[in-house]
Design a protein around this ligand. Structure first.
Ligand code: 5GP
Length: 131
């Protein structure tokens, strides 16, 4: 069965897309730990990020870097933090989180409550800054 993220790529499940190319897709996390929290995934369904071959993993990181540059422009933050866990969804993904302090990137706590309109606005700003 297709992963929930493959279904997002296919457009079967809605998402707030921020960027896409032929290999990778970036969209806002549904339960953000900070404003602009974005997930970068390969379109190809691979569970564990370290099972991705070196060349593709390099391209994925380069794509994530472009997304991070867009987040830096669109969201007030000091840096964009990067994390990989993959304990919940078995489809490789990089978390990119705009942060100003360490606690902005705490995944074990209460998530931000954002409306669909607010998420759409944030996604549009990152999309507009993506080069
Ligand atoms: P992890 O697998 O790295 O532990 O976390 C998976 C992440 O995917 C979580 O931060 C969770 O909020 C996010 N997530 C799970 N299901 C969906 C979904 O259907 N849409 C979006 N946009 N994010 C999701």
């Amino acid at each position: 069965m297709a992963s929930i993220f493959s279904r997002i790529v296919a457009g079967e499940i809605p998402s707030h897309k921020v960027a896409e190319n032929d290999e990778f897709f970036a969209f806002l996390d549904i339960n953000p730990v900070a404003v602009g929290h974005t997930l970068v995934i390969p379109k190809q369904e691979i569970d564990y990020i370290f099972d991705i071959d070196d060349a593709k993993l390099g391209r994925m990181m380069a794509f994530a870097k472009r997304v991070a540059r867009a987040q830096e422009k669109a969201i007030t933050c000091k840096r964009v933090g990067l994390a990989v866990m993959g304990l919940e969804v078995p489809h490789a993904h990089i978390h990119l989180v705009p942060i100003t302090k360490e606690s902005d990137m705490y995944f074990g706590g209460k998530k931000l409550e954002m409306t669909q309109a607010e998420l759409a606005d944030v996604a549009a700003k990152i999309r507009a800054a993506f080069e």
